[in-house]
Write a protein that binds this ligand. Structure first.
Ligand code: SAH
Ligand code: SF4
Ligand code: F3S
Length: 466
């Protein structure tokens, strides 16, 4: 038995023990858990694993925090704003603990892997009973058991366990949209980014486990599957098998079924023409490429340690546009990186205009303790950064509106996702990840259909089912 198998066997014993404790405490009633997830899809996927473990331990789930026996915030450290929200929300539940002294309040996720944050929680929030970092996810049953048994505060972080644990349970949030992590961590150390410090070194799941999970998802009716990793293009590094991301995509794509395959995030430095050809030749891969460029200035890209140039980015984007008809491109951009000048910023604007993105995720640079960029000179004022940010939003609005307008009169294959607030309308999504408000019957939710696009807004399309 491998180390990780042995470990999970032991955790299964803790799952049984927690179940017993809670049965006695609640006299057979199921205890209730409230889970709030911040941050990216990686955190969403981790929360699905935690929920899977809790369900095995006899917990039910509630959206009402007031009635929960166990409260968990799965946190994100990527920007200061994300951390401030967590501190605010944790402060707000102090009263709740007073009214329900037996409720266990726990914090996990990326923020908790930072020593200074854990210390602040320890000192300022004495009602928080359990804190554990991203490397301890697999130990959650044991940690919960120890907390319930002893009632003592536990702060477990900076554990450098880098094994990949297979076979953990999962309780998925969606019924037809599923997340499938293929790798964990990041080795890129972009100078602004905290992720490599809080998620640890890059490690890939063996392809047989990824394929098994993909098959299970497809067989149980999942229609939209997203492969997850901080840099999916370097999938396979360090595995004994000889495999690349393109090869993994091809293997999944060979599975028959009615589904769309997506992935995020691609790093431009590792995005190869082979990957683009794989997408172009596939049966199931979406025509959406999320390829964050962060800045259009080569000088800033160098300072960011992104290891590609504007020219290399445009080269791969133009190749992709040529090979994948109807390709929808999206990106992440940071405004106001330390030392960014007006000229650098204009390079970002011109790249946005040249590529014609469907949508953008734009962020004002946020200083992260312990990253190299935190020590760089940053003479640009917050007002200037905010003014640049507004200019970028305005330009993107124009670019996205043009792109949406160009789709009026076309027919798009969409997945119908949910009822809209508007009567008789469903929210649907194209392969390129554009939202369509479609006139269609509710019975279509969870299946694919064709929609004639009749109108375009700035970010969304409108249409009617054919
Ligand atoms: N691995 C992904 C990104 C994960 S973080 C990639 O490399 O593309 C998501 C986005 O948050 C990043 O693309 C970046 O645009 C933004 N981001 C990360 N650190 C940031 C910081 N310190 N300040 C502002 N934005 C940041
Ligand atoms: Fe952060 Fe860069 Fe890794 Fe993305 S690739 S997670 S931006 S260090
Ligand atoms: Fe945030 Fe951690 Fe994701 S820092 S963006 S939740 S990897």
């Amino acid at each position: 038995m491998s180390t990780s198998d042995q470990f999970l066997k032991q955790q299964n014993e803790y799952i049984g023990l927690v179940d017993e404790i809670m049965q006695v405490r609640k006299r057979g009633e199921r205890p209730l858990a409230y889970i709030r997830t911040y941050g990216c899809q990686q955190n969403v996927a981790d929360s699905e694993t935690i929920k899977g473990m809790l369900a095995q331990m006899g917990y039910d789930f509630t959206e009402n925090i007031e009635e929960a026996d166990f409260i968990l915030f799965n946190t994100c450290a990527v920007r200061e704003h994300a951390e401030d929200r967590v501190f605010g929300n944790v402060g707000a539940i102090k009263k709740l603990k007073k009214n329900h002294p037996t409720t266990l309040i726990a914090l996990c996720g990326c923020m908790m892997e930072q020593q200074h944050i854990a210390q602040r929680i320890y000192q300022s929030f004495p009602f928080v009973g359990l804190v554990f970092g991203t490397h301890c996810l697999h130990k959650f049953p044991q940690l919960l058991y120890q907390s319930l048994l002893t009632g003592k505060r536990q702060f477990i972080l900076n554990n450098d366990d880098l094994l990949v644990y297979e076979g953990m349970p999962k309780r998925r949030d969606g019924q037809f949209k599923g997340w499938l992590p293929i790798m964990y961590g990041c080795d890129n150390f972009c100078t602004y980014c905290i992720v490599p410090y809080v998620r640890g070194r890059e490690r890939s799941r063996e392809s047989k486990y990824v394929l098994k999970e993909a098959r299970q998802l497809i067989e149980s009716g999942y229609k939209d599957i997203t492969l997850l990793g901080q840099n999916v293009n370097s999938y396979g590094k360090g595995l004994d098998e000889n495999i690349t991301f393109s090869r993994l995509l091809k293997m999944i794509d060979e599975i028959d079924g009615d589904y769309t395959l997506r992935f995020m995030t691609s790093h431009p430095k590792d995005c190869t023409k082979e990957l683009i050809d794989t997408i172009a030749q596939s049966r199931h891969i979406s025509t959406h490429l999320h390829l964050p460029f962060q800045s259009g200035s080569n000088r800033i890209l160098k300072l960011m340690n992104r290891r590609y140039t504007r020219e290399k980015y445009l080269d791969i984007v133009n190749y992709a546009k040529e090979k994948i008809p109807g390709l929808s491109l999206t990106s992440d951009i940071i405004v106001g990186f330390p030392g960014e000048t007006e000229e650098d910023f204009e390079q970002t604007l011109s790249l946005v205009e040249e590529v014609g993105f469907t949508s953008l995720f734009t962020f004002i640079y946020s200083k992260r303790v312990g990253t190299p960029a935190a020590k760089m000179d940053d003479p640009t004022t917050a007002e200037e950064k905010s003014e640049r940010f507004q200019r970028l939003l305005k330009l993107q609005e124009k670019v996205a509106a043009e792109r949406c307008k160009s789709m009026v009169g076309t027919t798009q294959r969409v997945l119908f996702e949910e009822k809209s607030k508007k009567p008789g309308i469903l929210n649907a999504r194209t392969s390129g990840n554009i939202v369509v408000e479609a006139e269609a019957d509710e019975s279509n939710i969870g299946s694919f259909g064709n929609v004639a696009i009749t109108e375009a807004g700035n970010w969304i399309l409108k249409g009617k089912i054919i």
